[in-house]
Design a protein around this ligand. Structure first.
Ligand code: BES
Ligand code: MN
Ligand code: ZN
Length: 501
């Protein structure tokens, strides 16, 4: 089962100037004191004339549509419109409609369209790119591991095609190209995260990533356990040595320009905690502990697809954190790549150990910017909840990444690296301990550990996405259950921002 390579693609996204052969028309509804209002109000008049709009609004009011955010109302199509039904999706008050609201509403509509062959929408009149991303991501399903016994029936399968109304044939080609590329990259990251840990172990993860990268014409290097040993990657080896499935370090290079960005992602294909073993309850969610790796791999491929004028090097350590007779022990001292010694107080604080090696390796290329992404701490969720990534690092770049992330709806929030917490990572016998002897500021303490390995001269951002990378609850907006693909859209927008400097 090669779920990632063989993923059934999401809906085909196309531009259109007419309703054509579509089965369902999706329209937006804003809310007002006088009831719902069709949005956009003044576009596509030849497709949706004044009489049709009036008839639609009457029908929608009759069944209680208000235009509340993400509300769904389905009505039979007025005669002559050429579709079977109209799906109205709420956008909330007109003055609050932004790209993220359009993405969320399109996402809810995209999910509700399961079983539909072709839908056509006017949401493109509000924001074509946001609407396209929303439909594609909302329609996403991961079914690679469902046998015929539970595979979705035709009526539950993702919408096959979504057509976006545009004023003329010349409109929106670039916006749709970008939206499709971005949405597919998010889906690639989701597929990796959703692939179960028995199917996606370090060597397999590295091979699948390499396959995608090579198909995109990118340069790939994979270090196996022998090469990791020879070069002194003690963090990756220490974490990986409890598993029968040895660790890897993969590097993917997209050379598109002079400015250099290093991307690093935590690739723990399963985190049992190791000898400091986790409780059984919810341990299955630790299949998502490679969400950072998945995001940086997908983003590097996406940067290439968008031909961004910069160089991106992804350095991704992959290991499985298992308890066994060969596992590292609490109290072991390992030597990180580059020579720093670390006392492993808690084998469950493994992400920082593999990331430290990768950060030192990535820094040898002298990047201008270094961004690491990791499902690093439960403390991230204690501090910010399950949907808000924490971003730490050098002040200006950290704030810039947070602002960009908020702009794309992934909503990362800037967090400090308080100097007074650094002393708690001192070890009696090594250069550093991998955890503090208390639980206060656990997300920040992990960030301070990583900071020890980042060169002074580099602009650095560390994103902790422990909660946001994986949705253990029900679907919302364009996010389904399981892997979310966060923070792919933050990363690509940051790369675009750097490229535009
Ligand atoms: N992978 C976990 C963090 C995590 C927890 C991600 C929940 C997603 C959901 C990480 O390796 C870990 O175990 N962190 C420990 C650190 C502690 C030992 C200092 C934690 O957060 O408990
Ligand atoms: Mn852990
Ligand atoms: Zn972990």
């Amino acid at each position: 089962m090669t779920a990632v390579a063989d993923r059934s693609l999401g809906p085909e996204l196309v531009r259109t100037e007419s309703i054509g052969e579509a089965d369902v028309l999706v329209i937006g509804l804003t809310s007002s004191d006088d009831g719902p209002v069709i949005a956009p109000a003044d576009a596509f008049g030849d497709v949706l004339d004044a009489d049709t709009r009036a008839a639609l609004l009457t029908a929608l009011r009759a069944v209680g549509a208000k235009g509340k955010p993400e509300e769904l109302t389905r009505v039979p199509a007025p005669a002559g419109l050429g579709v079977d039904s109209v799906l109205a999706v709420g956008l909330g008050p007109a003055e609050k409609v932004d790209a993220e609201q359009i993405r969320k509403s399109a996402g809810v509509a995209g999910r509700a369209l399961a079983g539909t062959a072709t839908a056509v929408t006017t949401l493109s009149g509000l924001d074509l790119g946001a609407a396209a991303e929303g439909f594609y991501l909302g329609a996403y399903q991961f079914t690679a591991f469902k046998s015929v016994k539970s595979a979705p029936k035709p009526g539950d399968q993702p919408v096959a095609r979504v057509e976006f109304l545009v004023p003329d044939a010349g409109f929106g080609e670039e916006a749709l190209f970008r939206a499709q590329a971005v949405a597919e990259a998010v889906a690639t990251a989701r597929d990796f995260v959703n692939t179960p840990p028995n199917a996606l172990f370090p060597a397999e993860f590295a091979n699948r990533a390499a396959e995608l990268a090579k198909a995109a014409g990118l340069h790939v290097e994979i270090l196996d356990e022998t090469e990791l040993e020879a070069k002194g990657f003690g963090g990756i080896l220490g974490v990986g040595k409890g598993s029968s499935r040895p660790p890897r370090l993969i590097r993917i290079t997209y050379a598109g320009g002079d400015k250099k960005v290093a991307l690093i992602g935590k690739g723990i294909t399963f985190d049992t905690g190791g000898i400091s073993i986790k409780p059984a309850a919810n341990m299955e969610n630790m299949t998502s502990d490679m969400g950072g790796a998945a995001a940086v791999i997908a983003t590097t491929l996406l940067a290439a697809r968008l031909s961004l004028p910069l160089t991106v090097v992804a350095t991704v350590p992959m290991a499985e954190n298992m308890p066994s007779a060969t596992a590292q022990r609490p109290g072991d001292v390992l030597v990180q790549y580059g020579g720093t010694t670390v006392e492993v107080i808690n084998t469950d604080a493994e992400g920082r150990l593999i990331l430290a090696d990768a950060i030192v390796r990535a820094s040898e290329d002298e990047p201008d910017y270094l961004i690491d992404v990791a499902t690093l701490t439960g403390a991230q969720m204690v501090a910010l909840g399950t949907r808000t990534p924490g971003v730490m690092g050098t002040d200006a770049f950290r704030d810039r990444v947070a602002r960009i992330s908020q702009g794309v709806g992934e909503n990362a929030w800037a967090m400090p690296l308080p100097a007074e917490l650094r002393g708690d990572l001192n070890s009696k016998i090594a250069d550093l301990a991998n955890v503090a002897p208390h639980r206060w500021g656990g997300m920040l303490s992990a960030g301070l550990f990583l900071k020890e390995f980042v060169p002074e001269s580099v602009e650095w951002a560390h994103l902790d996405v422990a909660g946001p990378a994986y949705n253990t609850g029900g679907p919302f907006g364009y996010i389904g259950k399981g892997g979310t693909g966060v923070p792919v859209r933050t990363l690509i927008a940051t790369l675009e921002d750097i490229a535009a400097e």
